[in-house]
Ligand binder design. Structure first.
Ligand code: NDP
Length: 452
């Protein structure tokens, strides 16, 4: 049977575009459908606009620091409208690049929602249908608002980039990446931020000491962070939304943002009818080669709910294309993936946490908490945390956790060494770069704790 396409990709985000582009470069005839904007969550309503907002939010502190360093500087006020205009112009530019690069590689883009109407057939919202030998689902995820609050005029990370004006106050619900990042961003931009997290400490799954350190830093920066707290009632009220929490307190916030996780975009796509098995959270179940349970249907990125990070989706898309159209037996590597939470200060992390290993193997914990030179001079109370989790048996560095300005940049470099299997002795024989914060990683001589 002659197919319209060798590959049809559903979703024009990081994973889908990479897979489409590389497959086309390897000679495949590729179609791609995107219902919203090319670039997906990362470019349009995630990493990119978020990071630009992180940059914007850092200026008040920078100006305060400038004064401490002898400059006569005034912060003035933040013009959200002007910033937002530039932000969206930049997103338009990047979207254009994504589109152009895919087209240059030979991908045919259909600006429409697509669904499966059989294992090798897709239908666009326009009614047009195409056959394809293989289909790749890369539809990502979307913010989830718990059902009982879903009908209220609350925000998610989707709406935050489109606000008419910055609110005077906001309640952010959640303790994950997005909640913590936006708590810091909005606080930096002058919004009075309250954050509720239902658990005992923010950023579940990260290293305990790093979580505690960051929570303290966030509070010091003025974020009213309440752990063990959840809303029990939210109702519209003059001036915004009145929220009653599990502690019995009531307060009115101009806006409420839910950052309570994301769910895979798998609804109403004809996946199950095409034989694709979904997991408990609606994610597409795939094997290590990103194959679903239906022959010829593959899936990459957040829709598979493996490691929901842009660079991972890109690796999965690349591996899919190289394996299927390049004949190389490659798979994406999900081991030792570094990541950063772009809070202020940032949290950079790779590998195992102290909590993950200390029950199972003998480990030595090296950690240093100190005031960085820049902050100390500026009179800031900020402290940096540098931490290594080291296996006593192999001496390998199993985990590295950094809470510091620019920890995202630092962990990227530490990740190379750790991925290569560096031991503590390798760190120790690396001469420090002085004066830096990161030099602490190679100068910690004595463990602060040992297990057992
Ligand atoms: P996360 O899974 O990181 O966090 C969700 C948070 O919401 C958790 O604190 C969770 O609590 C809480 N929560 C979930 N359900 C409820 C509920 N019903 N009521 C109250 N609280 C609830 O999701 P995010 O949306 O923040 O981010 C999604 C993913 O996107 C991240 O996991 C990450 O992979 C990626 N991301 C990466 C970024 C980066 O690399 N810098 C930035 C932003 C996102 P609990 O812990 O108790 O379950």
């Amino acid at each position: 049977m002659a197919f319209d396409y060798d590959l049809f990709v559903i979703g024009g985000g990081s994973g889908g575009v990479r897979a489409a582009r590389v497959s086309a470069q390897l000679g495949a005839r590729v179609g791609l459908a995107e219902e919203y904007r090319m670039g997906g969550t990362c470019v349009i309503r995630g990493c990119v606009p978020k990071k630009l907002m992180v940059f914007a939010s850092a200026y008040p502190d920078a100006i305060e620091d400038a004064r401490a360093y002898g400059w006569q500087a005034e912060a003035g006020s933040f013009d959200w409208t002007a910033f937002k205009g530039k932000l969206h112009a930049e997103l338009d530019r990047l979207e254009g690049l994504y589109r152009a690069n895919a087209q240059k590689a030979g991908v045919t883009i259909h600006d429409a929602r697509a669904m499966l109407v059989g294992p090798q057939r897709v239908r666009l919202a326009s009614g047009e249908e195409f056959t394809a030998e293989r289909i790749l689902v890369a539809t990502g995820g979307r913010p989830f608002v718990p059902g009982k609050w879903a009908d209220l005029p609350v925000l998610t990370s989707n709406e935050i980039f489109h606000l008419e004006a910055l609110p005077e106050s906001i309640l952010i619900i959640g303790g994950g990446f997005i909640a913590c990042e936006f708590a810091c961003i909005l606080s930096g931009l002058g919004v009075k931020v309250t954050q509720f997290y239902r658990g005992a400490q923010i950023l579940r799954g990260f290293d305990g000491e790093a979580r505690g350190h960051l929570a303290e830093m966030m509070r010091e920066r003025g974020i009213d962070l309440h752990v063990g707290t959840d809303p029990v009632e939210i109702e519209e009220a003059p001036g915004g939304l009145r929220v009653k929490d599990t502690g019995g307190h009531e307060q009115v916030f101009a806006q409420v943002m839910f950052a309570t996780g994301r769910v895979p975009n798998t609804q109403d796509m004809g996946l199950e009818d095409a034989g694709v098995v979904l997991g408990r959270r609606g994610e597409i179940v795939v094997d290590e080669q990103s194959r679903t349970s239906a022959p010829g249907i593959h899936a990459v990125g957040d829709v598979t709910d493996r490691i929901n990070l842009t660079p991972v989706a890109i690796r999965e898309g690349q591996a899919f294309a190289e394996a299927v159209f390049g004949g190389k037996p490659v798979t994406a590597d999900h081991e030792l993936v570094a990541s950063a939470v772009f809070t202020r200060p940032e949290l950079g992390t790779i590998g195992l946490t102290e909590e993950e290993v200390r029950e199972n193997e003998a480990v030595d914990i090296y950690a240093a908490s100190f005031r960085a030179m820049h902050s100390a001079f500026a009179g800031r109370s900020d402290r940096v945390l540098m931490k290594l989790v080291v296996s006593r048996a192999t001496q390998k560095v199993l985990g590295c956790h950094i809470v510091a300005d620019n920890a995202g940049e630092m962990i990227q470099l530490a990740a190379i060494a750790i991925k290569m299997g560096a031991t503590k002795a390798d760190f120790d024989r690396t001469v420090a770069v002085h004066p830096t914060m990161a030099e602490e990683l190679v100068t910690m001589k004595v463990p602060v704790r040992t297990f057992p």
